[in-house]
Design a binder for this molecule. Structure first.
Ligand code: SF4
Length: 194
């Protein structure tokens, strides 16, 4: 526990790319040494930057519905680690938020993952996480082939409002992927919810 706590404090003090962050650095992560499920997303949006609470937005509501996790489990670091590709809100671009800062994942991810002693499943949420961990550039194909990836990785689309359009075009996601996702999450957390 002290190791994870010390690492969280170190991350919270990070200012490596502060010059590029219009809203300033505010790293937003959650993890504990016993986290069993790791959720690797993109980067906090402006709402999450303000609240400091990861995934406390519409995308988070969708992700919880997809995974079958309630808020109590989702925000329990003894169960779930929340670690985006960029820990700070990157600011607005011409068409939505800017991409996660490139400096962040190489700087922190390995150290965070090394501090987790019981990691069982990693959800790769969105194309940035999939490009980094699966080296795939096609999100739809990566998600459709969710059974074929390295054990322990489960790719998902980013649950932004755009995902509703994507789900309409790809009905197999709701039929095939979501039930398998919920089963994998439940298994990673240690069986049936009590
Ligand atoms: S985005 Fe990552 S590397 Fe940049 S200041 Fe935030 S925590 Fe540090």
């Amino acid at each position: 526990m002290p190791r994870a706590n010390a690492l969280i404090e170190e991350i919270r003090a990070c200012t490596v790319c502060s010059n590029a962050l219009a809203a300033g650095p505010r790293p937003i992560v959650q993890f504990g040494p016993k986290s069993r499920l790791v959720i690797i997303g993109q980067a906090p949006g402006s709402k999450v930057h303000q609240s400091g609470v990861p995934w406390q937005d519409d995308s988070g509501d969708r992700l919880r519905a997809w995974t079958g996790l309630d808020a109590a489990e989702f925000y329990d670091p003894a169960k779930v680690a929340l670690m985006p590709m960029g820990f700070c809100y990157p600011g607005k671009g011409r068409s939505g938020d800017l991409p996660p800062r490139r400096e962040c994942a190489p700087l922190w991810h390995e150290r965070v993952l090394a501090s987790l002693t019981d990691c069982r499943l990693t959800l790769l949420v969105g194309s940035y996480a999939q490009a980094h961990y699966l080296e795939t550039g096609n999100l739809t194909e990566a998600v459709r082939g969710f059974r074929e990836h390295a054990p322990g990785f489960f790719p998902l689309p980013h649950p932004s409002w755009r995902s509703a359009i994507w789900m309409k075009r790809n009905p197999w996601f709701e039929i095939d992927v979501l039930p398998a996702l919920r089963a994998a999450v439940r298994q990673a957390l240690g069986g049936n919810k009590r």
